[in-house]
Design a protein around this ligand. Structure first.
Ligand code: MOS
Length: 711
């Protein structure tokens, strides 16, 4: 009881979400809800084969079905102007309706547009496609030997290659992470409406309105300023909306051809094949140490899957180059092209996968050394960046280990596996570390003070869920001394001052800095106007009124300083798990989870907590449940729905604790705040696997750890 009270108190500290009420009352408008006048509806039809070519398409019945306005296929679709450019690389993004080739199962082969969604959906079932089938490969595990180095990719070698092999104590193990799918609650959606021959508005689910603007402008050869992208609310994305996908291009094409606004909402099944996923990845980890636990060699290999038409790479092995002090480190990364759609970044892209091999490997090494896994990490703590030798801008990882160990009750852990039970369940503790680059880009913010003393902030950035508007309000309130309820934030529109795509845990750092700098400048201007050092006794509103000003505004661009380049900047996390495993059924229950983040100053406590526990939940899915399964006989997904693709629900998740070191980073930005979106997930799955080993003595190296693997 005492504990719950304490946690609740910390969860209610700070500002509520500024858009929370709008979201829970349904007043927040998402892309699919802009039902503009004359709207028509697009539905895609997908390939039922996995590789080959389209022989014939019979769209007659669909075209004649009630309410159907058009059926587009590669045979009749208007050419996308940007597709006429030669590809910039040997492989390139998938080009919808461009030719008759089939690269993966579910690839769109037709777009039906009708006057209602249901009629479009029905007509799509009437399209008959005949194919010439070709052979295909969809299984990474049986194609690892076909892996190639990505273009320009060199194997990383520091010191001696494969040094772990001759170390006094060593482990060498293989790990599998299957395909995980972002599956945000909100389906990917676009409404495209041409306002003229060379001008359009789109309401789109996107992580970056300016990125979408650029992509559409490029595809349709338009001046970017003629593409207006609106996306004020996004119902989760996790990386799936970082780029512009082909369903968006198809909707824009159809809207132009029909001279009508077209809405296209992907189905849940299409969310598995149209907007990327975390790629199926095989990894091999070799770790060698002296008997007192000093690392002498790290070798990390990974093979990830990509599509036949495009290379997707991520920094899966990079975490092993960066995490620990070790004289000999080498990594190899390979791509295997399969008949699947292209993967895309998913929360902690690369590192979240790599941390499974590194942090499970460290746990296995700790057992081989008969050492505490935290002690092993502290012994090998990197005091400077192992790759560049640069000093860190800030790093309080050891504090994070201590905070987390205390909160989970690490002292209750028995090193001997399968030695503790509670009410008939096996008890285990495990931990895993995460890290991710702390970035800051450039952003422009308009800050406007009105005569009634209220403050408006405007910038193009989207909020995919972490609470960007709330964080901006917190920062502005602090700098200006204006109450949060007097501040309004306008975001998610390409017509607003430019700011970056929401990704790479960089928005609070980047856009928050611009908010900070704009507010500082606005305050300066007010000071000048008031003619006194601290504004005398006049309120901001009184200063404006005294000068007969209806408003005062500044537009400020803010970016990282060259000084920052002298430092290695990373955010750090440590995840602790206490699990219960049922000895006969193999069911794993998370009994308690504690995640500690070292990510500089916390500017928005409530949304920061939500961000961290959201990442813990996603990592729990990776560790225990999530897996998109392909039947390799047909090359087709068998669980592309929420009944069969399992994600954690309330009953799977106990009270989660999010703790923050909360010490400012002196170099990254004026707030001292580093990103936390990715480190929230990186290391969680490893902590779970390590806890399950501690509970059972069984090392499951192919995730997810489903009950069948434990009995
Ligand atoms: Mo994130 S994978 O940068 O949306």
């Amino acid at each position: 009881m005492e504990n719950i009270k304490k946690r609740k108190a910390s969860a209610t500290e700070g500002l509520d979400r500024v858009d929370g009420r709008l979201k829970v009352t349904g007043k927040a408008k998402y892309s699919a809800e802009y039902n503009t006048k004359g709207l028509v509806y697009g539905v895609l039809a997908g390939s039922t084969i996995t590789s080959g070519t389209i022989k014939t398409i019979d769209a007659k019945a669909a075209e004649n079905a009630p309410g159907v306005l058009a059926v587009y296929t590669y045979l009749n679709s208007p050419k996308i102007p940007g597709y006429q450019d030669p590809p910039t690389q040997p492989k390139g993004p998938f080009r919808i309706f461009d030719d008759n080739k089939i690269y993966f199962n579910g690839q769109p082969v037709a777009l039906v547009v009708a006057d209602t969604f249901e009629r479009a959906q029905y007509a799509a079932t009437l399209i008959k496609v005949a194919y010439d089938k070709a052979s295909f490969q969809t299984d990474l595990k049986s194609n690892i030997s076909a892996g190639v180095s990505p273009r320009n990719g060199k194997d990383y070698v520091k010191g001696q290659e494969d040094a772990y092999k001759t170390a006094p104590v060593k482990i060498e193990q293989e790990y599998i992470l299957p395909t995980d799918v972002h599956n945000p609650m909100e389906l990917h959606t676009i409404i495209a409406n041409w306002d003229g021959d060379d001008k359009l508005t789109v309401w789109d689910k996107t992580q970056g309105v300016l990125g979408t603007q650029r992509s559409i402008a490029q595809a349709f050869k338009l001046d970017p300023k003629n593409v207006h992208v609106i996306s004020p609310f996004v119902g989760g994305a996790f990386g799936a909306a970082l780029r512009t996908w082909q369903h968006e291009i198809a909707a824009v094409m159809a809207a132009k051809a029909l001279k009508k606004p077209v809405k296209l909402v992907l189905s849940r099944a299409e969310m598995f094949t149209a907007v990327g996923y975390r790629p199926y990845t095989w990894q091999k980890m070799g770790l060698g140490a002296t008997p007192d636990g000093k690392l002498v060699g790290i070798t990390h290999e990974a093979s990830g899957q990509t599509s036949m038409y495009e290379d997707f790479t991520e920094g899966t092995v990079n975490i092993s180059q960066l995490m620990y002090a070790c004289p000999n480190v080498n990594t190899r990364y390979r791509l295997v092209s399969l008949n699947v759609n292209t993967p895309t970044p998913m929360r902690g892209p690369g590192e979240a996968t790599g941390a499974i091999a590194l942090e499970c490997g460290m746990d296995e090494l700790a057992y081989a050394l008969n050492m505490d896994p935290i002690d092993l990490r502290v012994v090998n703590h990197a005091d400077t960046d192992p790759q560049t030798g640069k000093p860190y801008s800030s790093k309080f990882l050891k504090d994070a280990y201590q905070l987390g160990a205390d909160a989970i009750g690490w002292k209750n852990r028995n090193r001997k596996p399968a030695s503790v039970t509670e009410n008939g369940w096996l008890v285990g503790y495990g931990m895993g570390t995460g890290m991710f680059g702390a970035y800051r880009g450039a952003a422009t913010v308009l800050a406007r003070l009105l005569a009634d003393g209220t403050l408006d902030l405007e910038t193009a950035v989207t909020d995919i869920g972490p609470g960007t508007g709330t964080a901006m309000t917190n920062i502005a309130s602090e700098v200006m001394g204006v109450a949060a309820d007097k501040i309004s934030v306008k975001i998610g529109d390409s017509a607003l001052p430019p700011s970056p795509t929401q990704g790479g845990s960089s928005v609070t750092s980047t856009v928050g800095s611009a908010v900070n700098d704009a507010c500082v400048q606005l305050k300066e201007k007010l000071k000048e106007l008031s003619g006194t050092a601290e504004g005398g006794n006049l309120s901001y509103a009184q200063i404006l009124q005294a000068h007969n000003l209806p408003q005062l505004e500044v537009t400020v661009t803010s970016k990282s300083s060259p000084e920052a380049a002298k430092y290695a900047m990373y955010s750090w996390s440590v995840h602790f798990m206490k699990v219960l495993v049922h000895p006969t059924t193999g069911v794993v229950k998370v009994d308690k989870a504690v995640s500690v983040a070292d990510c500089g100053t916390i500017v928005s406590p409530k949304t920061a907590r939500s961000q961290i526990i959201g990442g813990t939940i996603m990592g729990t899915g990776m560790g225990l449940m999530e897996e998109a399964v392909i039947d390799h006989r047909y090359g087709r997904l068998v669980n592309n729905d929420f009944a069969n693709y399992h994600v954690p629900i309330q009953a799977d998740i106990p009270q989660l604790e999010a703790l923050f070191v909360n010490k400012p980073d002196p170099y990254i930005n004026p707030m001292g705040a580093k990103g936390m979106g990715e480190i929230a997930t990186i290391g969680v799955a490893a902590a779970l696997a390590n806890a399950v080993f501690n509970a059972t003595g069984k090392r499951v190296r192919d995730l997810p750890i489903t009950p069948d693997k434990l009995i």
